[in-house]
Write a protein of this length. Structure first.
Length: 105
């Protein structure tokens, strides 16, 4: 016999003593009783796909709106500052809120 045949015979010999697994007495009845006693778990409404999709859509719209407002406010301020004063250290300090007094002075 070759190695493959010997291996197959050894595996088949090991399967001879196997028996079908059985459940203990009244297993199904106990399982059904336990399932009926437990309260039904409700899904949390925050985790539902419809709520998540709506919340993400609202956040996206808020981000787009705030981006547009910031951009338009920045362009208005930039056009005003161009016409009012020439660029200098004061305009730089005002743009970056660096014109406040120091606590140590």
């Amino acid at each position: 016999m070759d190695m493959k045949t010997e291996r197959i015979e050894r595996i088949m010999g090991g399967l001879d003593g196997l028996q079908k697994a059985g459940a203990p007495d009244f297993f199904y009845t106990r399982l059904m009783g336990r399932m009926q006693q437990e309260p039904e778990r409700k899904q949390v409404w925050i985790l539902k796909p419809a709520f998540i999709t709506t919340a993400l859509g609202v956040l996206l719209l808020l981000n787009i709106f705030s981006f547009m407002e910031i951009r338009s406010a920045g362009s208005k301020q930039e056009s005003r500052s161009r016409h009012e004063q020439p660029a200098g250290i004061e305009s730089f300090a005002r743009a970056y809120n660096m014109n406040t007094q120091s606590l140590y002075e």
